[in-house]
Design a protein around this ligand. Structure first.
Ligand code: PLP
Length: 387
């Protein structure tokens, strides 16, 4: 909105398509909302109990600005146990969410007009976050016919002297793709050749259904040029706790700490305690959740592929999103999403909300149980599309 009391930089809206989903869903009382990636499950009781008991014991105050020392130790232990990676104490900082982590990183690394290449289709806020830090987002299209892998020739064609970083997200929101080790090796060579930083938004790592997740920073020589974002939101069903962390070279972590000191001081103490229990009990709390999402993804994928004007890659590779190809319908993403909402009362997000290569797709978040998914597809398959 244009108003003297609002900074001119916000006169043009910076909201995302996610901002209007509640309004859209409210159009129909029986709407099945498959738009937002907020899991319907709740945080495991052991995690909640642990945080509650620790809050009663006094973990209700600011923590160290780098994060609760016990949580930082637990994160480092996690990396050693899971990936045999040694993370030094000064290479990790706790943040109040993955979103704030990415925003802070952009503020720390970008000078005016620096370019950031973004693996597309992408999590919508990335472009605004780059712009808010004075940078220029550049979309790197990935294509279904290439398994949504990063095409290194396409990447190289976008690099110039202003390019500073590449954002990758694997498993990806929204495409569900998981970068292969071969792709990551090639990406590492490009990063080395052009002296780039890779920002790995490692948010859905537990939901890597086909192959074990491999962190980009484990590629040879890449620890020095990777900034890794972790969040407890999706991997541990903790979206409301707002807690995540960043792993990066110590000189970057130091600046992130200095900046955070002026913004938030520390992430919420009880949420950090919850994160400790999430990591400690992960072998117990994660498998049933992963199994549930995998079941839903397989079910939804089968239903999608039985509808003549829809298709999706099978088996689902990762994340808890399905990126549905609707090109056969002849409709645009926006038209298809509106039509499905109007006729079936099911809310899916248009794929172009995730970058230009998302045109011709819809994103479905598997954040309801199979029964609800069944109802949604029973309604969608009744729609006839006139070409
Ligand atoms: N990155 C990606 C790729 C996401 O999909 C999301 C949330 O949907 C986030 C970051 C934000 O996560 P957080 O809840 O930690 O802010």
């Amino acid at each position: 909105m244009k108003h003297r009391f609002i900074s001119k930089k916000y006169w043009k809206e910076v909201g995302t398509p996610f901002g209007s989903t509640n309004e859209k869903a409210a159009r129909f009382t029986d709407c099945i909302n498959l738009s937002i990636g907020d899991p319907d499950l709740i945080t495991n009781k052991r995690i909640i109990d642990g945080a509650y008991e620790d809050a009663l014991k006094g973990h209700t105050r600011y923590t160290n600005m780098y994060g609760d020392p016990e949580l930082r130790a637990e994160i480092r232990k996690f990396y050693k146990e899971e990936y045999d990676l040694d993370i030094a104490e000064d290479e990790v900082i706790v943040t109040a969410s993955g979103l704030l982590a990415m925003y802070s990183i952009m503020q720390v690394i970008l000078d005016q007009d620096d370019e950031v290449i973004i693996q597309a289709p992408f999590f919508t806020p990335y472009t605004s976050q780059v712009k808010m830090a004075g940078g220029i987002p550049v979309e790197l299209d990935t294509l279904e016919e290439e398994d949504f892998q990063i095409n290194v020739d396409r990447l190289e064609s976008l690099i110039n002297e202003r390019t500073k970083a590449v954002i990758i997200n694997s498993p990806s929101n929204p495409s569900g793709s998981c970068l292969s080790v071969d792709t990551m090796k090639k990406l590492a060579q490009v990063a080395e050749k052009y002296d780039l930083i890779i920002i790995a938004d490692d948010i859905y790592t537990s939901y890597s259904f086909e192959k074990e997740f491999v962190p980009f920073m484990s590629m040879p020589g890449m620890k020095e040029r990777t900034i890794t974002i972790n969040s407890f939101s999706k991997n541990f069903i903790m979206t409301g706790w707002r807690v995540g962390n960043i792993i990066a070279p110590s000189y970057i972590i130091k600046v992130l700490k200095d900046m955070s000191e002026n913004i938030i001081y520390s992430a919420p103490a009880p949420s950090q305690r919850a994160a400790i229990y999430a990591l400690r009990y992960r072998k117990e709390v994660q498998p049933p959740v992963i199994e549930e999402y995998k079941k839903r993804m397989n079910y939804a994928a089968e239903r999608i592929n039985s509808i003549p004007w829809m298709s999706v890659m099978t088996p689902p590779r990762g994340s808890f999103y399905l990126f549905i190809n609707i090109k056969k319908s002849g409709l645009s993403s926006a038209q298809a999403s509106e039509m499905i909402l109007d006729k079936a009362h099911v809310l899916l997000l248009p794929g172009n909300a995730f970058g230009r290569c998302g045109e011709g797709y819809l994103r479905l978040a598997c954040t309801v149980g199979i029964e609800k998914l069944k109802e949604a597809f029973d309604r969608i398959e009744k729609i006839t599309v006139d070409k």
